[in-house]
Design a protein around this ligand. Structure first.
Ligand code: GDP
Ligand code: MN
Length: 421
């Protein structure tokens, strides 16, 4: 619901949901669980998708031991963090000696990796994947994802592998082949041939490619994936097909029936405030501006962001307290919003449909008495019992800026945060 589709900008492409627009990444995390590359590759192996021989290591010592066991003359040391673009950011290193393996692991383990997907704070690296290096002849892109408009799994493949696929989609969409799977029939051999021929495979390689596709399809269904990407899928100098990289997202809503996947969760890779919010059944989204927004409902969240921006402001976050909220949840919500030190003003924008505005007011007052609120708080209440709620705020003796009108409230919040930017 929060997502903006990248395909809306790419005419001719099926409606795909795999963009990395800046506004989308944190939002997307709400409905998907990410896995590390090493975890995804372990699953690939189970499903017959060939991956380089490799082991995960949590210390330079372990990395050297792993390289020793793997043998060979070239190793790749890869930072394990929930982000792509690691190669360009220095998170993937080649090593030709065990000393180089150790040095690479020493550099990566314990660092915060900053890529074009992570934002300036980056993500912590606690482990590296040590792999036998491959001699790459050609790189391809292969992905399976949900085409939401058609409610079907779609495979995409491209000869433009190893590159940022969003850029390929935007600049040269004709380089991306796609095929939509009929859920009743399942993935068909003609679809594998269509993609395989399109990538230039024939003979044995085409057969192997077909096996990779059917492995991906089974994995996608069995594990309730929402996205699987192999970028790059490579052909080695020896003619083998290998998944050199692996990205696997799992649909959060299905985690209740995926105990093995649930165990793979690494909360060190998640925004601590978003994780905390999830504990209280709140939806919290971190953004870059300075106005903290508390709303009820995703639609109102979007509308609030739009109006704040229209008035020249930038939201620092928004927190959706949902439909049937309570005073306790409002207090938790306030704590979360204020724990973000970017916040210079708070805008509470509640439409009382199911929720009663007087209960919200009670929650806000309780929160203000419980925690120190050091920034101006604009409260807009509208709907069920809003007069009562606004009166309670006015009589509380606390300094709230109250408002009934949406536009006016946004304007006041922007002014309270220091004016338009
Ligand atoms: P990403 O940058 O996070 O997508 O990480 P990838 O796993 O895709 O690795 C980035 C790049 O590192 C790849 O596109 C390759 O160019 C390079 N790379 C990774 N593994 C190997 C390998 O075994 N041999 C060689 N020569 N290069 C590799
Ligand atoms: Mn990659």
């Amino acid at each position: 619901m929060y997502s903006r589709r990248f395909s809306e900008q790419v005419p001719g492409l099926p409606k795909l949901d795999c963009g990395t627009l800046r506004v989308r990444r944190p939002l997307q995390r709400k409905s998907n669980m990410n896995l590390h590359e090493y975890q995804s590759k372990a699953l690939f192996s189970e499903y017959g998708i060939p991956v380089p021989a490799g082991e995960v290591a949590a210390s330079p010592q372990e990395a050297v031991e792993a390289a020793g066991r793997l043998g060979g003359e070239l190793w790749v040391i890869k930072a394990q963090a929930h982000t792509g673009g690691r190669g360009k950011a220095g998170g993937v290193k080649l090593a030709r000696t065990l000393e180089e393996v150790e040095a690479a692991a020493r550099e990566l383990i314990g660092m915060r990796l900053v890529t074009r997907q992570t934002g300036p704070a980056g993500l912590p690296v606690h482990k590296v994947l040590v792999e036998q290096g491959s001699d790459i002849e050609r790189e391809f892109y292969l992905g399976a994802l949900l085409d939401r408009a058609r409610s079907r799994i779609t495979f995409m493949a491209s000869r433009a592998g190893g590159m940022n696929i969003e850029e390929v989609a935007a600049e040269t969409p004709e380089q991306i082949l796609s095929t939509v799977v009929d859920p009743a029939a399942g993935l068909q051999p003609f679809q594998a041939r269509y993609l395989g021929f399109g990538l230039g495979f024939s003979g044995d390689q085409l057969k192997r490619f077909g096996r990779i596709l059917s492995g991906l399809y089974r994995l996608y269904l069995d594990k309730d994936a929402s996205l699987i990407e192999i970028n790059p899928l490579v052909v080695t100098a020896g003619g083998e097909l290998l998944a050199l990289d692996a990205k696997l997202n799992i649909d959060d809503s299905a985690l209740y029936r995926q105990p093995v996947i649930r165990e793979m969760r690494d909360i060190s890779q998640e925004d601590p405030r978003e994780a905390e919010a999830a504990e209280h059944d709140l939806n919290f989204i971190s953004l870059d501006g300075d106005i903290g927004c508390m709303v009820n409902g995703a639609g109102l969240a979007m509308a609030t962001m739009d109006l704040v921006k229209l008035e020249g402001g930038e939201p620092a976050n928004f927190l959706d307290v949902g439909g049937g909220t309570t005073a306790e949840r409002v207090t938790e919500a306030f704590k979360l919003i204020l724990s973000d030190d970017k916040v210079r003003a708070v805008l509470v924008n509640i439409f009382g449909g199911i929720v009663r505005c007087d209960l919200i007011a009670e929650g806000i007052i309780a929160a203000a008495r419980n925690i120190e609120i050091t920034v101006p708080v604009v409260v807009r209440l509208q709907g069920t019992n809003h007069e009562k709620g606004l009166a309670m705020l006015a009589e509380s003796g606390l300094e709230f800026i109250t408002e009934e009108d949406f536009t006016e409230a946004a304007r006041k919040a922007v002014a309270a945060a220091g004016g338009a930017q």
